[in-house]
Ligand binder design. Structure first.
Ligand code: URA
Length: 231
């Protein structure tokens, strides 16, 4: 790989900043100052920037506690992207594995590992997601069987897949679904004549939102959490 490209791949430098660092003689390869941006770097080359050894950025796996008024998008739009909450270099390379609405809070998983993200989002994988739901009207006992059997969502073919509903208070429930259709939880409750007033994702597959994370905070996933996906 070219040296300027390598510098960009493992730091926050843009290509022009990398070239300037090279011109300013801040970069060494195997102990020798190199100014040529086209210098070829191999896996064994020891590259330093201002005396600091550089290495390839390892693939990252993170959980984030999404607050309201942040977007599950890689760019800012009407609301800021959740990536603003992740103070890491190259955060724009992270993919969001399963989006939440702007007014939904809770667990979001992020990684550069596209295959890993795909295992969470691919419909045929039927990865379970558990939501805590607050409702405008009381949840009748009959809703448990309705969601178990599947409900008809507006402008969708066929019924929703079997979902597990657990009533925890008159207007509060836990719902586990295996799909990720647009606004799915809100539309499922609309289909039985109720209205979601607040929604919070607590778990994706075997990964639970860490209760130590306040809204807006994130942490690196443990190896066991990473391995639990697709297992
Ligand atoms: N279902 C919804 O309706 N909204 C979400 O953010 C997630 C699931």
């Amino acid at each position: 790989m070219r040296l300027d490209k390598y510098l960009c791949s493992c730091t926050d430098l843009t290509r022009s900043m990398a070239k300037k660092a090279l011109r300013d003689q801040l970069v060494t390869c195997d102990g020798v100052v190199v100014k040529d941006p086209g210098f070829k770097v191999s896996e064994d080359t020891l590259v330093t920037l201002e005396g600091r050894p550089l290495g390839p950025v390892a693939t990252r796996y993170l959980m984030l506690h999404k607050p309201v008024d942040f977007l599950c998008s890689n760019v800012d739009e009407l609301y800021p992207s959740i990536l603003n909450l992740v103070d890491l270099p190259k955060r724009e390379t992270l993919r969001i594995a399963g989006r939440l609405d702007v007014d939904t809070t809770g667990l979001v998983l992020l990684s550069e590992d596209g295959q890993w993200c795909h295992q969470i989002t691919a419909p045929r994988r039927q990865c379970a997601k558990r939501y805590r739901v607050w409702l405008a009207d009381p949840v009748p006992e009959s809703a448990v069987a309705q969601f178990e059997q599947g409900v008809q969502l507006h402008s969708e073919d066929g019924l929703t897949l079997p979902a597990v509903l657990e009533r925890v208070a008159e207007r509060e429930a836990l719902l586990t679904i295996q799909e990720g259709k647009y606004h799915q939880v809100k539309r499922m409750f609309a289909a039985i004549g109720n209205k979601v007033t607040a929604l919070h994702r607590e778990a994706i597959g075997g990964i639970e939102l860490d209760p130590a994370l306040a809204p807006g905070e994130w942490r690196v996933l443990t190896e066991a959490e990473v391995r639990s996906v697709g297992g």
